[in-house]
Design a binder for this molecule. Structure first.
Ligand SMILES: *[C@@H]1O[C@H](CO)[C@@H](O)[C@H](O)[C@H]1NC(C)=O
Ligand SMILES: *[C@@H]1O[C@H](CO)[C@@H](O)[C@H](O)[C@H]1NC(C)=O
Ligand SMILES: *[C@@H]1O[C@H](CO)[C@@H](O)[C@H](O)[C@H]1NC(C)=O
Ligand SMILES: *[C@@H]1O[C@H](CO)[C@@H](O)[C@H](O)[C@H]1NC(C)=O
Ligand SMILES: *[C@@H]1O[C@H](CO)[C@@H](O)[C@H](O)[C@H]1NC(C)=O
Ligand SMILES: *[C@@H]1O[C@H](CO)[C@@H](O)[C@H](O)[C@H]1NC(C)=O
Length: 501
């Protein structure tokens, strides 16, 4: 485990150093310009700085169309660009760049925003020249880019009475902290969305030196690469908004498979994997813009482990929220709220969460059973595959076990559940397990292990509906299956025992 962490850390360092270097030593024709950049960073005067930050207002869905540039101080540019003060203004801010060019996600995000908000003023904040530098220098520039954005907003407020509460800034990686600085310099911005805000040099920083809840009325953050190694993570790990959503625990994203690549392949692929996980925040946001009728919900929880147990699927008192663009503004609270969900590997990313509870009775010789359970859900539209029941410390006997089941497909109304105990003949691992247990206790292995599950209680996260499923035959042994049919809406509420003193 430790060895793996060190490897990850070394790869991250290599990534930062290699690409910082390649940013400076890039294509020959860019060399001269980049040298200038390096000199500028020490003696940059504000006028020069303004020239390096461009506000590209997108005019049409045609991405080859250059759009129009808002130029603070030049009032004509407001009209030329057709800036409309009665509608929303959405600023999109990129992060540190290795190529010095917009990455492909930018086009996807701009197009999705324009489609969803066809009336809105969509402005791309282009600070590529200042972002295409050594990482620490780019970090250093975030402050001044934020200041420049604040100047733009002040100017628009003055010239055309821009309403700050109509402003929504969407910042990716370093861009999230740029938005944070902008919100520090101009108070009253409506919303800031941080898409996997950068971690290095921001983790643990004071709140005014990074994105924080003070920077806008509503600050929502998606964390998709918060996997730390030796105190170092590409995306920031700590919560920094009013709501902080950690899809898939905020670390390993499905479809990006770091594990496979680390063990087999070269650093090139490693960078791809990192990019995949870091950028996933953008794609989840794009998904939320495009799939309005299939929203994904995140659920407040104190940590990823409790979420994996299925404990946190409540929507009471604002404990759940839709993710991405559709997130509901929450009452400004002092405390941070960490929220979790599972997603699919590709768009549409949303799936369905179920909390399941079952009491497992130990009936006969099963105290050493350590059962491996699978469930299969049958719905009115479709059925799932066999889904493994993941319980961190193993199935507890004579106890009520709670677990989370995630389905990628909408199966409709849940009608039936089958529970299977993976038998000794099912797989090599259980054969080994069986051998091991029979080696240690010859006598008990002669007897058939029997457990009993009478009912499964289910809560659907997406609908918040509760059901109870009951079985006719309730005993289960290795290799067997028990079928549960819906027997009740809601959960049994046990009459509370009166205490007599
Ligand atoms: C601004 O937007 C509003 C609402 O969509 C629209 O009615 C109005 O005509 C627009 N104004 C200009 C100058 O485009
Ligand atoms: C940026 O770098 C300059 C020169 O090294 C330094 O004086 C300044 O304090 C830095 N700014 C920030 C915000 O770190
Ligand atoms: C907020 O967090 C602080 C410290 O983490 C804790 O003492 C306090 O009870 C929390 N308040 C609420 C309303 O949860
Ligand atoms: C579970 O309860 C049964 C009956 O009360 C008992 O025989 C069995 O030993 C218990 N098993 C465990 C693992 O506690
Ligand atoms: C049921 O789900 C499978 C994949 O699990 C999918 O291939 C199939 O199209 C689905 N059927 C319906 C009717 O949605
Ligand atoms: C699920 O488990 C059942 C029972 O063991 C088996 O017959 C079936 O083939 C499995 N289905 C899938 C998709 O693995």
């Amino acid at each position: 485990m430790v060895e793996k962490s060190i490897r990850i850390a070394l790869c991250l360092l290599c990534f930062i150093l290699c690409h910082s270097f390649s940013a400076v030593a890039a294509a020959p024709d860019q060399n001269t310009q980049l040298k200038d950049d390096a000199e500028d960073s020490f003696s940059m005067d504000p006028v020069l700085l303004h020239d390096r930050i461009k506000y590209n207002m997108r005019k049409s869905l045609d991405l080859d169309d250059d759009g129009c540039y808002l130029q603070p101080g030049k009032k004509e540019s407001i009209e030329e660009c057709g800036f409309n003060t009665t509608v929303k203004t959405i600023l999109i801010i990129h992060g540190w760049t290795m190529s010095g060019m917009f990455e492909s996600w930018m086009h996807k995000l701009v197009a999705a925003v324009q489609r969803r908000e066809s009336e809105a003023n969509v402005v791309v904040v282009d600070w590529l020249g200042l972002a295409h530098q050594l990482y620490p220098d780019a970090v250093n520039h975030t402050h001044r880019v934020g200041q420049s954005i604040a100047t733009l907003l002040d100017w628009l407020q003055e010239e055309v009475q821009l309403q700050l509460e109509d402003v929504h800034m969407i910042g990716y990686s370093l861009g999230a902290h740029v938005a944070g600085y902008a919100g520090t310099f101009v108070k009253g911005i409506g919303r800031i969305t941080g898409l996997d805000p950068a971690g290095p040099m921001f983790e643990g920083a004071e709140s005014h030196k990074r994105l924080s809840p003070d920077d806008a009325d509503f600050v929502d953050v998606l964390h998709t690469y918060s996997r730390g190694a030796l105190g170092f993570s590409i995306g920031i790990q700590e919560p920094i908004g009013h709501i902080d959503i950690y899809p898939n625990g905020g670390d390993v994203q499905p479809g990006c498979s770091l594990g496979d690549v680390l063990s087999t392949a070269a650093a090139g692929n490693f960078v791809e994997v990192m990019k995949c996980e870091h950028e996933r925040a953008v794609h989840l946001f794009v998904d939320s813009l495009m799939n309005k009728d299939h929203m994904s919900y995140a659920f407040q929880c104190t940590g990823p482990d409790r979420f994996k147990k299925g404990i946190c699927l409540s929507c009471r008192k604002n404990r759940c929220n839709s993710i991405g663009y559709n997130a509901k503004k929450m009452r400004k609270r002092r405390n941070f709220s960490k929220m979790y969900l599972k997603t699919r590997a590709d768009t549409p990313f949303g799936g369905y969460h179920y909390q399941m509870k079952m009491h497992v009775f130990d009936r006969k010789s099963a105290d050493d059973a350590d059962p491996t359970f699978y469930v299969k859900l049958y719905g009115s539209h479709n059925d799932t595959d066999n889904l493994s029941v993941e319980i961190a410390d193993g199935v507890g006997l004579n106890l009520t076990n709670t677990f989370l089941v995630f389905t990628e497909e909408d199966i409709g109304d849940l009608l039936k559940i089958s529970l299977r105990w993976e038998g000794p003949s099912d797989s090599w691992s259980s054969v080994l397990k069986h051998l091991k247990s029979s080696f240690w206790s010859w006598s008990s292995s002669q007897n058939k292990k029997v457990l009993e599950v009478r009912r499964i209680r289910v809560k659907a996260g997406e609908t918040q509906k509760k059901f109870t499923f009951c079985a006719a035959k309730t005993e289960i042994s290795p290799g067997q299956e028990v079928t549960f049919l819906k027997c009740r809406d809601g959960w049994e509420v046990k009459p509370r025992k009166r205490l007599h003193y």
